[in-house]
Design a binder for this molecule. Structure first.
Ligand SMILES: *Cc1c(COP(=O)(O)O)cnc(C)c1O
Length: 495
């Protein structure tokens, strides 16, 4: 199966090429030319598999130029022995009809690990297949979690260098410490004066700048991406939605063909897009419930069809969702317009020129049928964390808290009592201060004092990888202006 660009239907590359390159040269994102179909028999078969086997089956549909052996290598390397549970994406029952899909049992305690533990395997194999022998230079813009997960995944991987940019005031103290203390000889981390959108825009500009690509080529290097603009990030995320459905089948919670709803706390629209792909493949998913924090641009978009980033940007308790340009929406628009790349290109150009675009009525209606959009500010988020904890002692981080609040609102508004899977995207210990406040405790002291207080209050254990950071000294202290990101790249690569 080949991949096209959302902005140019004449583009056709293999999956290895799409993963190695990250983004199409026209600035569009790679999308599969067809969406593979799963039958009920496939879902039943997956219900009998462990996660690693299920991952191989799902990856096999999309990565048709990888051999079965290569895919097995990737899945085993990524998911065996790396998560604190032999089940990388367990489901916890948290309500009558509600299940928390815990995606934070990996080395960096956020859902990004599910994709970024496997991407290095996919990418190094892709680089060999495309036979360019080039060193891949991975630039990452992060709102906090991608950066650390990518650093952890790519540290000391041969043939790769990685440089992460994060907004200096836009990540939690623990997220910052996780990144700035990263080990490895091929890694770099730099703060920028600006927000996540500035970092993401800067990285995309560098990626698509032909002169900069030429400068790298001289040293036998080429850019690639570990952000969710890279197809290699999205495809591993489809696995856990399929696997959740299969698990609920196996446990008898769902009957064959019965639908489940999905709630996803959303920023760049990657994780929820993966759920959309699972639905398009044939998993009986009902509503895709898109939960935003106070940066509720997606709520407005789903409700009105107008995407308008000309609005205030808020720094919230859920920093990984403090985003106003949700890159992966471009992929959804491509699919919903039946592959109208010319139209998608116009909308994306309008977005970069005016900060705004409005989709046509047919597309708006399709979005309204598929999705429900809701949002929760910090006050509502904390209240939702507190309610859940009081109800059954289940502790959620603020991103998951946003999802819990939006889920409750959705049920109250619609009366829809479908079995629902709520993506739980981070460990509460990455955001101890907000979570402690939510459960009614004073939150003073350094990050580790806060973690200990949270553990004492809730009985939850501090994840090992977080406890291990205590006393670690930051290696990376650079901070740059948003227009100077390229200089940082030059410095790291010695150009
Ligand atoms: C990245 C992230 C999100 C948002 O996911 P997208 O794929 O960007 O929509 C939500 N929660 C946490 C904890 C994250 O790290």
């Amino acid at each position: 199966m080949n991949y096209k660009s959302t902005r140019d239907n004449t583009v056709s590359v293999s999956s290895a090429q799409a993963i190695a390159q990250g983004i199409s040269t026209d600035g569009g994102l790679f999308i599969p030319e067809t969406i593979p179909a799963l039958t009920m028999a496939d879902l039943q078969e997956i219900a009998g598999m462990n996660y690693v086997d299920a991952a191989q089956k799902v990856l096999g549909y999309f990565l048709t130029d990888y051999t079965a052996e290569e895919i097995a290598d990737c899945a085993k390397g990524a998911y065996i022995g790396t998560f604190d549970d032999d089940q990388p994406a367990p489901l916890a029952k948290i309500g009558d009809k509600a299940y928390s899909l815990e995606l934070w049992h990996g080395p960096t305690c956020a859902f990004k690990d599910l994709a970024l533990q496997i991407l290095p395997y996919l990418l190094t194999k892709a680089a060999k297949k495309t036979a360019d022998g080039e060193t891949k230079v991975i630039l990452v813009a992060t709102s906090g979690d991608t950066g650390k997960a990518a650093l952890e995944g790519f540290a000391d991987v041969e043939g790769v260098k990685i440089l992460v940019f994060y907004p200096s005031d836009g990540v939690s103290a623990m997220q910052k410490l996780q990144m700035t203390t990263q080990k490895g000889n091929n890694v770099g981390v730099c703060a920028i004066h600006g927000n996540f959108d500035d970092a993401q825009t800067g990285v995309k500009q560098i990626f698509t700048d032909k002169e900069k690509a030429a400068a790298l080529k001289v040293g036998n290097m080429a850019f690639s991406s570990a952000n969710s603009i890279n197809w290699g990030r999205l495809v591993p995320q489809i696995i856990y939605y399929i696997y959740s459905y299969a698990t609920l089948l196996r446990e008898g919670v769902l009957n064959q063909g019965e639908i489940m709803n999905v709630v996803v706390p959303t920023g760049n629209f990657g994780n929820i897009l993966a759920a959309y792909y699972a639905k398009q493949m044939g998993v009986p998913v009902g509503k895709l419930i898109c939960a935003s924090n106070q940066n509720n641009i997606l709520t407005d978009f789903i409700r009105t069809g107008t995407y308008d980033r000309n609005r205030d940007f808020y720094t919230t308790l859920s920093p990984s969702m403090d985003i106003l340009i949700s890159s992966n929406l471009e992929r959804l628009l491509y699919h919903l317009t039946d592959g109208n790349a010319a139209q998608v290109k116009v909308w994306m150009e309008e977005l970069s020129a005016t900060g705004k675009y409005t989709v046509d009525e047919t597309t708006r209606q399709k979005i309204a049928d598929l999705f429900y959009g809701g949002c929760a500010d910090d006050t509502k988020t904390k209240a939702a964390i507190a309610r859940q904890f009081a109800k059954n002692g289940y502790l959620a981080d603020p991103h998951t808290g946003v999802a819990l609040d939006v889920y409750e609102t959705y049920v109250a508004e619609t009366g829809d009592d479908t079995v629902t899977v709520i993506a739980s995207t981070a460990s509460p210990f990455k955001f101890s201060k907000g979570v402690l406040e939510a459960v009614g405790e004073a939150a003073d002291g350094d990050e580790f004092a806060l973690c200990e207080a949270l553990s004492a209050r809730t009985g939850y254990a501090i994840p090992k990888s977080i406890a291990a950071l205590k006393g670690a000294t930051p290696r990376f202290t650079d901070i740059c202006e948003k227009q100077d990101m390229w200089q940082q790249v030059e410095k790291m690569l010695g150009l």
